[in-house]
Every structure is written in C-alpha cells, then in structure tokens.
Design a protein around this ligand. Sequence first.
Ligand code: SF4
Length: 222
Amino acid sequence: MDYIEVVDRYVQLRVEEFIAPVVWRSGGNLFELVVAVVLSQNTSDKNAFKAFNSLKRALGSITPEAVAKLAEEELAALIKPAGMYRIRARALKALAEAFLKHGITPQRLLEMGAERARAFLMSLPGVGKKTADVVLVNIGLPAFPVDTHITRIARRWGIGRSYDEISRWFMDRLPPARYLEFHLKLIQFGRDVCRARSPRCGVCPIGERCPSFKSAGRSPVI
Ligand code: SF4
C-alpha cells in the first residue's frame, strides 16, 4: 500500500493557504521567509498571515535592519494576531541581530548545502529543526519538515514516531524536487481529513487499509 501515492492523487494542493511558500514565491527576502515561519509556529497559518501582513504594512519590506530598529513592544503589538506575541517579538529581535551579524543570504545557504545550512540555521536564536527545515525546503534545499499534522499522520500510519524517523521516511521515498509540495499536501490532508480530534476515516482515501482506521464513533490511535 503506497500511502504517498494515494495522498498525492487525492489532495488538490491549496498552496495559497501556506504562509512560507506564499511569502517566498511572492518575492519575499530570506529574512521575511524566516519571520513568516517564526510567526506560524504553534498557531494557524491564518493568524500568521494576519501578523505578517500587519508587520509588512508597517515596515514595507521586513528587513533585519527595520526589525532591529523597532522597539520590542512596538514589534509585539504589530504581530499580536499570531499570539505569544511578546515571546515572538523577542525571538524576532534576536534573529534580526543574528542576520545583521552573519550577513545571511539565500545564496550563502545554498552554497553551504542542506546539512551545513541546517546546522547554521539551528544555531540562530529561536530556530529549531522544523523552522530550519521549512526555510531550507522553501529555498530549494532538500529537507522534509515534520509538523504536528505530519507527526500525527505518520504515527497513525505506523511509519515512525520521532521527527528524524518521519522526515527520513518521506525523504527516502520521494524525489527531492517534490519534498516541499508533498510536505504541504500532507499538512492539508491532516487539516481536512486525518484531523487530530475527529479524523474522517469514513471519507479517507486510505480508509480500511490504514492501520489506525476506525469506523465512525471511535478515535484512531495517535
Ligand atoms: S483512515 Fe483515518 S487514521 Fe488513517 S489516514 Fe485516514 S483519516 Fe487518518
């Protein structure tokens, strides 16, 4: 049973719902991409879009220089729609300083290659594995970020439990050029069908072939 093939055929990707590719593909700079990813941590893309657009309206272009100049309270007020805005404002200020200090550019990351670029991004304040991988895969380096939806789906499919295990499972089975698209499709599948609380096993294209399939009224294993 090829879960990848089934989900790939079933999901019609609505890329406009995902903040990172929208920001990057609309000509955003690398810092804007990182800001977008930080704003979408632990909240919906909808809220992240609101916070990002509010910051963009205030600054024009979101650059490390502009964010470094903003007072932390001012920044927090602008990104309030994303929630946890004080913590995020502090993280963004630290990231702006790090960008200014290291002169980080997409070209530099591409030249480093995925492994070194990932280690470098993870050395920046507030950047964990997932944030680093989202940045990498959006700029075209091979990475497969694993978010909460993908973790849940992978566990229900029984293909792995840890971030690294799950990420590797998909990377081993997909061509690198498809990592980003399939990562987004899986998240959309998790939002629409294999939902956290009430998975729609009855309409799922994997259905009874899934080890966690449960008929109506029973929750699958997480
Ligand atoms: S059958 Fe249910 S648990 Fe399995 S992938 Fe589909 S929705 Fe998720």
